[in-house]
Design a protein around this ligand. Structure first.
Ligand code: NCD
Length: 310
């Protein structure tokens, strides 16, 4: 039987996404029903790049399902430091664990790994490319905050070039009706052409590109702020010049909708002033919390599809 992985968010149909979000809602409402679901199951977290939320929420997710976790949190503490290939690492770890979450600085590494794995591989972020489980987290947040995933204007602001969470979120939201994207970034950090053409233009979805956050603020239902991805820059000077392009302060949301939802995958550096944190429109800490529940739902789905009786 072919094992089902999750490398790209579009591998999930919209019905499957709805089922995952429903499952996460049910876990939030009735956590006690899930405490034993993954007894004796093991999740391996193979993180070749730094992470706080993604790795810890995956681990907390498996623990709350009654399972166990193993893994590493930096390439330096794994055999990749000795020159082992990702494929070999995964071929070995798939003999130790039932499911693997993997983050890697190289685009496509989890896809390559999935070809050598006998257990499900979940892409937990590959370079500047994709981050499907952050997108599931974002979708759960939007649905819980707004009660819907369609008919809204979504502003994405900051590093749209290297921000993998932005690329996956656009691919996912483009499948719902009545969506408009507002792409807010400095010229140098605009959305890559392939994301714009494949997911927005090819579907005839309305969008606008701008460098000015203030001018579009009143029309937004969602504002998705992002960090400038320092680790993907070729030189420090460019990073220093661009890093504070957008800083959200209470002043800047004065003309925003009362029911604007402000999301951020976190970590934040300077993009959102801490003075915004107590505004009811700030959703980013709730968003981080939802990450655990949607990952519980995803682990259950992939293990079931791999033949586990849960
Ligand atoms: C994001 C990531 O790693 O891509 N963080 C996350 O997973 N919550 C965003 C970022 O690092 O800026």
């Amino acid at each position: 039987m072919a094992v089902r992985h999750l490398i790209d968010i579009l591998e999930l149909s919209t019905d499957e996404i709805t089922e995952l979000l429903d499952c996460a809602d049910d876990i939030i409402a009735h956590p006690e029903n899930y405490r034993e679901k993954c007894r004796y199951k093991k999740l391996a977290t193979l993180f070749f790049e730094p992470s706080t939320r993604t790795r810890l929420s995956f681990e907390a997710a498996m623990m709350e399902l009654g399972g166990n976790v193993l893994g590493f949190s930096e390439a330096a503490s794994s055999s990749s430091a000795k020159g082992e290939s990702v494929s070999d690492t995964v071929a070995v770890v798939s003999g130790y664990a039932d499911i693997i979450a993997m983050r890697h600085p190289k685009e496509g590494a989890p896809l390559v790994a999935s070809m050598k794995s006998s257990v499900p591989i979940i892409n937990a972020g590959d370079g500047g490319h994709n981050h499907p489980t952050q997108t599931l987290t974002d979708l759960l947040t939007i649905r819980r905050e707004k009660g819907r995933l369609d008919n809204m204007t979504i502003g994405l602001c900051g590093d749209l070039k290297f921000g993998r969470t932005v690329h996956s979120l656009i691919a996912a939201m483009a499948r719902y009706s009545g969506i408009k994207f507002v792409l807010i970034s400095p010229e140098e950090l605009k959305l890559p052409d392939y994301v714009r053409t494949d997911h927005i233009e090819s579907k005839g979805i309305p969008y606008e590109e701008t460098t000015s956050l203030e001018s579009v603020m009143p029309e937004l239902d969602i504002l998705y702020m992002t960090r400038v991805q320092r680790e993907r820059f070729f030189n420090e000077e460019d990073y220093l010049r661009l890093k504070d392009s957008y800083i959200l302060t209470p002043d800047k949301i004065r003309n925003a909708k009362d029911d604007l939802s402000i999301l951020h995958p976190l970590p934040r550096v300077n993009e959102i002033s801490t003075a915004i944190d107590d505004d009811s429109r700030a959703c980013y800490f709730r968003q981080a919390a939802y990450g655990k529940y949607i990952r519980m739902a995803l682990i259950l789905k992939l293990l079931k599809e791999a033949g586990s009786e849960l």
